[in-house]
Design a protein around this ligand. Structure first.
Ligand code: LLP
Length: 451
């Protein structure tokens, strides 16, 4: 039997196994649970993402800066869209006009929860009929703007809101199914006694359904629930499908209507550090439609169209934050690596105790590594980005650090605390870089400040 000759890549891999020194001189893929698939570590210590060098990006666009791998976002949209479901991206994770246009191109729907997110989507020409308006405290102005724009669906979150919805409108009722997604309490929304939704067990959801049906201009098209965020287990979603299908059956009996849509929200977890639990999307895609079909058959219901609302799972891993080390301070028991960003570009460590990894970019550091604290520039002792980053012991001022998995809830949660300007979002795609959001300047800050 004859074998084909080995490829150049196979020869390189074999050589790398035989000669450790050769291994270090090869470009390497980075752990793709936390880096975008396109990330490659070069022998020089630089890393390319989307074919663009991070060192060059830092020089060209400054630091701190968010980098977004466009193909990584598209790949996640497509992974979700391969399911037989409507996929509505949760705009709160990251939204700008270019992002909205990408989402439209990928056939996604969009969940917005404020006038700002709605205005951004509309300014990008995102189809209004594919927009869902969320919020536990929608203002009259937001409801009016949504009606004028022809927003597809409003997700009802309180009984009083039902009277305030303007014009003929498709609505969903947001149900609190009483399911614990086992996540941080700040982002757990499926459980009873928090501010979102209408309780299934307490009868508030049934009352809201009856109330919507009393307003002839409103068309009740389905139910919604959102269990919370950064959920790694599929089981909670199965239970949500069971409980909501039973409720659909109850509505069919009581009101003689079949609702065509079932939206089970987002919340799918990503890994922030190697080894973190990740949401099992293939498992979810295999399991959930089956559970839905089974439950509908059991209740004699026509199977509703499933909607999912992932935010984090679409953009988190596509994003990287670049920081410049400003100073390194050796305390009595630990080393503080202070960078030019911090709490204002990433409040997540302080808000949720989120943990990240960091990597030295642009040079090969000392072989010996140690855990040290990467801290921000803000005037608070709690402004610690990573309390236990493992970095080369010779880390020094001027070094460039990359923190992966920062594409979701980073730019969108950035503030101007200490009047620090917000970083740009630079999109990389096929070897080219272009800002999607430019860096904020002091002039921007002063423009809002009425002298
Ligand atoms: N649908 C609704 C109604 C939501 O409220 C949310 C998120 C999502 C979908 C999307 O969830 P995702 O798939 O992105 O987990 N700032 C926090 C996350 C807050 C999420 C709020 N709602 C964080 O940085 O972890």
């Amino acid at each position: 039997m004859s074998h084909p000759p080995p490829s150049a890549e196979e020869i390189a891999v074999t050589l790398a196994e035989l000669l450790p020194t050769f291994r270090h001189s090869l470009p390497r893929k980075l752990p793709d649970s936390i880096w975008p698939e396109s990330a490659v570590a070069l022998p020089s210590g630089d890393v390319t993402v989307g074919g663009v060098s991070l060192t060059e990006l830092a020089e060209r666009f400054g630091t701190p800066g968010y980098v977004l791998d466009v193909q990584a976002v598209r790949a996640r949209c497509r992974a979700y869209r391969s399911m037989d479901a409507e996929i509505a991206f949760a705009g709160k994770a990251f939204l700008c006009r270019r992002m909205a246009r990408l989402l439209a191109e990928e056939g996604m729907s969009l969940d917005v929860c404020s006038a700002g997110e709605l205005a951004t989507a509309l300014a990008a020409g995102f189809p209004a009929e594919r927009i869902l308006l969320h919020g536990n405290a929608k203002t009259d102005r937001e409801l009016r703007t949504a009606a004028n724009a022809g927003v597809g669906r409003v997700v009802v979150d309180s009984p009083a809101e039902i009277d305030r919805i303007v014009g003929a409108q498709d609505v969903l009722v947001r149900v609190t199914p009483g399911i614990d997604g086992h996540t941080h309490r700040a982002v757990a929304t499926g459980v009873e006694d928090q501010k979102f939704g209408l309780s299934l067990a307490g009868g508030q959801a049934a009352a809201a359904v009856a109330k919507v049906l009393q307003r002839p201009e409103l068309r009740l098209v389905g139910l919604h629930c959102h269990l919370g965020s950064q959920i790694s287990e599929v089981a909670g979603y199965e239970e949500a499908v069971r409980r909501l299908t039973a409720f659909l059956a109850e509505i069919a009996v009581r009101h003689g209507i079949t609702l065509p849509q079932l939206n089970i929200g987002g919340g799918h977890a990503v890994a922030y550090r190697p080894g973190d639990a990740e949401f099992d999307l293939p498992g979810f895609a295999a399991r959930i439609p089956r559970v839905l079909h089974y439950e509908c058959r059991k209740h004699g219901l026509v199977v509703p169209r499933l909607t999912l609302e992932p935010g984090r799972a679409i953009v988190a891993r596509a994003g990287i934050t670049l920081y410049r080390v400003v100073t390194v301070k050796h305390g009595s028991s630990r080393t503080f690596v202070a960078v030019d960003g911090g709490f204002s570009d990433n409040p997540r460590p302080e808000l949720y105790g989120s943990r990240y990894a960091a990597r030295l970019i642009g040079r090969v550091g000392a072989a010996r590594e140690r855990a040290m604290s990467v801290v921000g520039r803000h005037c608070e002792a709690g402004d610690v980005l990573i309390p236990d980053a493992v970095l080369p012991v010779d880390i020094r001022a001027g070094d460039l650090l990359a923190v992966p998995c920062t594409g979701a809830y980073h730019h969108s949660m950035a503030s101007t605390y200490n009047l620090v300007c917000r970083p740009p979002v630079v999109a990389v795609d096929d070897g080219a870089a272009e800002p999607w959001v430019r860096r904020e300047t002091e002039t921007d800050l002063l423009r809002r400040d009425v002298a």
